[in-house]
Design a protein around this ligand. Structure first.
Ligand SMILES: [Zn+2]
Ligand SMILES: [Zn+2]
Ligand SMILES: [Zn+2]
Length: 274
């Protein structure tokens, strides 16, 4: 299993589009790992998590074609994860009329409904779109997925999920856009063992109920270990990073690495050997 981080920033990107704070200025000056697109991850060549506004830019920056994707997971319909216009580009006129494999898309009911409303003839886009609720396990295209309830969009306006994915050999958790996990989510995770646990650390020093900062993130890491969710030698990776509270990459590593946590960067590859 190969994981490729296509983006590792929170909603506004890092440096933020319209931001000149000290962290953003430093990130612009340093370049490289300090430049982060909106979060998305590609697994192998055929599974994509989230379809945000930077997908095209990331596919070009990291030299990957997304034409092989057969499974798509949408975490939630916030604009940094879900840009509907991406799907239209699967149509014949935009793919040189070449055949591409069917994309089976899964996500929360409200996001999937938006896809069906925007594109009543999904077959023309070579895709299907199916709603999943929290705590569903299903198999598609050689992967087994489970959805979990996130604590996010706490006004209740959206359903927000995150996912575990297994290829039968490796098991990973991709948790983004969530504050403290609901207890029902902890219960659903119980008994699972992950090779890699990817968890949002949006806020750094900041606080906001529906995301995690350093304190909440590290609390979750300790509970992962305490509950045996992380395989011995497994990896915990922080992502979905905002400049509001998180310093640029090397300084963030200096804070998190001593806790056994890696900091994701755009283009980071995690190879899990068979
Ligand atoms: Zn987000
Ligand atoms: Zn900034
Ligand atoms: Zn969000």
């Amino acid at each position: 299993m190969r994981l490729l981080f296509l983006g590792t920033a929170a909603a506004e990107g890092y440096p933020g589009i319209f931001c000149d704070c000290d962290y953003c200025r430093e990130a612009r000056a340093l370049g490289g790992k300090n430049l982060r697109f909106r979060s998305a991850m590609l697994i192998n060549q055929d599974l994509l998590i989230d379809f945000g506004p930077d997908l095209l830019a990331a596919s070009q920056r990291f030299n990957v074609s997304l034409s092989h994707i057969t499974t798509g997971l949408v975490t939630h319909a916030h604009a940094d994860h879900f840009h509907l216009g991406n799907f239209e580009m699967r149509g014949q006129p935009f793919t040189a009329r070449l055949p591409i494999p069917t994309l089976n898309l899964f996500g929360p009911p409200d996001a999937i409904q938006a896809v069906h409303q925007a594109y009543p003839h999904l077959d023309e886009l070579r895709m299907t779109a199916q709603a999943v609720n929290a705590f569903t396990t299903w198999e598609t295209n050689g992967y087994q997925m489970t959805s979990y309830q996130a604590y996010h969009a706490i006004g209740g306006e959206l359903t927000c999920l995150f996912y575990s994915i297994s290829d039968g050999k490796h098991n990973i958790l991709y948790a983004t856009d969530t504050g403290p996990f609901p207890e029902a989510t902890w219960q659903a995770l119980s008994g699972r063992v992950f090779d890699v646990m990817i968890l949002e650390e949006t806020l750094g020093n900041g606080t906001y109920a529906a995301h995690l900062g350093f304190e909440g993130f590290l609390d979750h890491c300790r509970r992962f270990t305490r509950e045996g969710l992380l395989k011995p030698g497994g990896r915990i990776i922080a992502h979905h990073l905002s400049h509001s509270g998180n310093p640029p990459h090397a300084k963030l590593e200096a804070i998190l690495n001593p806790h056994g946590v890696e900091v994701a960067y755009d283009g980071m590859i995690v190879d899990l050997e068979d």
